[in-house]
Design a protein around this ligand. Structure first.
Ligand code: MG
Length: 274
């Protein structure tokens, strides 16, 4: 594969709130990061790009047993995270979610990530999102947000339409770990749909018994199939599990005005079924 010039600048993910990244300059991969079990480096610049697949055009309404987290009218199910420290299991119950709600969607306003009031474990999640059009920025700075399951495990949200970035950081990736099977992105300005089946990790005391895994559909196209999650999302580092219980869903503030709508979740319990 043709190697790009190794002018690799930093998109920072600093501090305990990994989803509160600062914007920076263009990055399309790295050559000096640790090696994953797959043999690829974290954010490997040479990891093959997902094949482009054109998705169909449907969305989904919540089924009768779903918990509706956002129906287009308000953020009463959400809390701002600026004073949270998820690495230590500390959450600020008083934080207000300051993202902008209008026209049936909620838009990131660079006021910090938001998290659900309710904590979840195994779940089915439906969430629709839209990146700005015309697009601005490149690579990780174009339409970046993220769906952090349990506040720790990121399914990347990014404008991945004709936007080169490292494969394990593109749309539908388990960020920093596993690229999507294909690139099923619609163009920026179109609504994109994630349907996710997530199995929480199991712990006994501090020991990991079974890792988390996720099945992800992007616009109706499977991009992850029961993919093992190697640990909490990290930037340029290998993930390391730490024991935890149920935790809120988090939507990342990556300083891009990404929009979300029609967010609903169904609690699952997959014990005995895996
Ligand atoms: Mg992200």
């Amino acid at each position: 594969m043709k190697r790009l010039p190794s002018i690799l600048l930093v998109v920072g993910l600093a501090g305990p709130a990994l989803y509160a990244a600062a914007p920076a300059t263009i990055v399309v991969g790295y050559t000096n990061t640790p090696v994953l079990p797959s043999g690829w480096r974290v954010h490997d610049i040479d990891r093959p790009q997902p094949v482009v697949v054109a998705p169909g055009g449907t969305t989904a309404s919540p089924p009768s047993d779903a918990i509706v987290l956002f129906d287009g009218t308000g953020l009463d199910q959400w809390i701002g995270t600026k004073q949270d420290d998820p690495a230590k299991g500390r959450y600020n119950p008083e934080g207000r979610a300051l993202w902008k709600v209008e026209k049936g969607y909620v838009e990131c306003t660079e006021s910090g990530a938001i998290r659900s009031r309710q904590a979840f474990g195994d779940c089915q999640l439906h969430i629709e999102w839209q990146t700005e059009n015309p697009p601005r920025g490149d690579s990780q700075n174009r339409g970046n947000s993220g769906v952090f399951l349990m506040g720790l495990y990121e399914i990347q949200v990014l404008d991945g339409y004709k936007n080169r970035t490292y494969a394990d950081g593109t749309t539908g990736s388990i960020y920093g770990q596993t690229p999507p099977m294909v690139n099923a992105c619609r163009p920026p300005g179109d609504w994109q749909v994630y349907d996710i089946v997530f199995e929480a990790p199991r712990f006994e005391g501090d020991a990991l018994v079974s890792p988390a895994c996720a099945t992800v559909f992007l616009n109706g196209v499977v991009v992850q199939h029961r993919t093992e999650i190697l640990g909490p999302t990290s930037h340029k580092k290998l993930p390391v599990y730490r024991a935890h219980g149920k935790a809120p869903l988090v939507l990342q503030d990556h300083s891009n005005p990404t929009r979300f709508r029609n967010i609903w979740i169904r609690e699952l319990d997959v014990d005995g079924k895996r």
